[in-house]
Design a protein around this ligand. Structure first.
Ligand SMILES: [Cu+2]
Length: 350
């Protein structure tokens, strides 16, 4: 044998032997039952939300129904501003809390910060991942499932109706593999976008860019098409005469709040949440709902040329109206939904 080749084989053999001995040492150190369980454990991925073209976002967990064995890991891929809350029912994103003796709308700490860390073991009860806040937020949240056979609901507290189910089945019940679960999750996501797309296209085609009776009506997205919403103003482009108005409507069946923010959005430095000192030692931070989120312009206001405006969050079923007295081009956006932009052209009154 070539001495060089021989040398390499010896090296390889040493490495392999080392690997086997480490593996064997591992075997000897653990009880046989624990090993048997470990070998069977899988990690299942669940998408928390998904995106498609035309600024379409799915506000759903996929797969929405997941079967696991006790000891498996469920790993959520957090694809947008979502939390994972395993429990009885969802809780409000914003709550009112006494701050300095004054009732103040704040980010619900139970939603914002959670009470279980990624990678920990879920042994039952009400647990929450927290929200992906800040630049270091992880897009992944996982728990090891250590709960009895049964059906468990979980929620995104940010998006009403965004729910999922984990069913823990008996150890001897055969269930789909992680690869099979991934494939069916992709089918669920694709199916939702495919069925929503023609409905959204028809609604976009219906939207009139012309004011009627002095008001241009702009829909904030398409509403609820399955669990898909479209980050679009419909129509995204429209004309009115000076002195006429634009009314933005968030459809009642919408699953998202939206904003109407002037471009340039001079309010963009205003925070959506303002950090306040915690109530006490070891208490979670308090994030007061800030002026960016609350808005700086009342509905019904008149906007002058070059004036900034911020509607604040427009909830499903709510409207926001502005009157434009000066001819010009008014571009606007929704600051929480990148790519959601619109333009109003105000023509001179004839
Ligand atoms: Cu929006």
């Amino acid at each position: 044998m070539n001495p060089q080749l021989r040398q390499r084989l010896i090296k390889l053999g040493t490495v392999a032997a080392l690997g086997i001995s480490v593996f064997a040492a591992g075997l000897l150190n653990r009880p046989a039952t624990a090993l048997a369980q470990d070998m069977a454990h899988n990690t299942y991925m669940v998408a928390a939300g998904a995106f498609s073209s035309a600024n379409a976002e799915l506000l759903a967990f996929a797969p929405s129904y997941l079967k696991v064995h006790r000891g498996d890991t469920v790993m959520w891929h957090i694809n947008s501003f979502h939390n994972v809350h395993i429990g009885e029912k969802p809780v409000d994103l914003v709550t009112v809390q006494e701050v300095g003796g004054k009732p103040t709308p704040v980010l619900n700490a139970a939603v914002g910060f959670g009470n279980i860390k990624t990678g920990e073991t879920y042994t039952g009860g009400d647990v929450s991942s927290g929200l992906p806040l800040g630049p270091d937020a992880s897009p992944v949240f996982s728990v090891v499932i250590d709960i009895p056979v049964g059906i468990y609901n979980y929620f995104c507290d940010v998006h009403p109706g965004m729910t999922g189910i984990i069913e823990v089945v008996a150890d001897d019940e055969a269930i789909p593999s992680p690869a099979e679960v991934n494939a069916s999750a992709q089918d669920e996501i694709g199916g939702q976008f495919m069925s929503a797309s023609p409905v959204a296209a028809a609604k976009a085609a219906e939207a009139s860019p012309v004011a009627k009776d002095g008001t241009l009506t702009v829909s904030l997205g398409v509403g609820n098409v399955g669990r898909v919403y479209y980050g679009q103003f419909l129509p995204y482009f429209g004309t009115i005469k000076a002195g006429e108005s634009v009314t933005w409507e968030n459809p009642a069946d919408s699953v998202e709040v939206h904003f109407v923010n002037a471009i340039p959005y001079s309010d963009q430095t205003l925070p959506d949440f303002t950090p306040l000192p915690p109530a006490g030692e070891g208490q979670p931070p308090i994030l007061a709902v800030g002026p960016g989120f609350l808005g700086t312009t009342q509905t019904g206001a008149t906007v002058a040329n070059g004036e900034s405006f911020n509607s604040g969050a427009i909830n499903p079923g709510d409207k926001f109206t502005l009157t434009f007295n000066d001819p010009g081009v008014y571009a606007y956006t929704c600051h929480i939904h990148p790519g959601m932009n619109g333009v109003v052209i105000v023509e001179p009154a004839s």
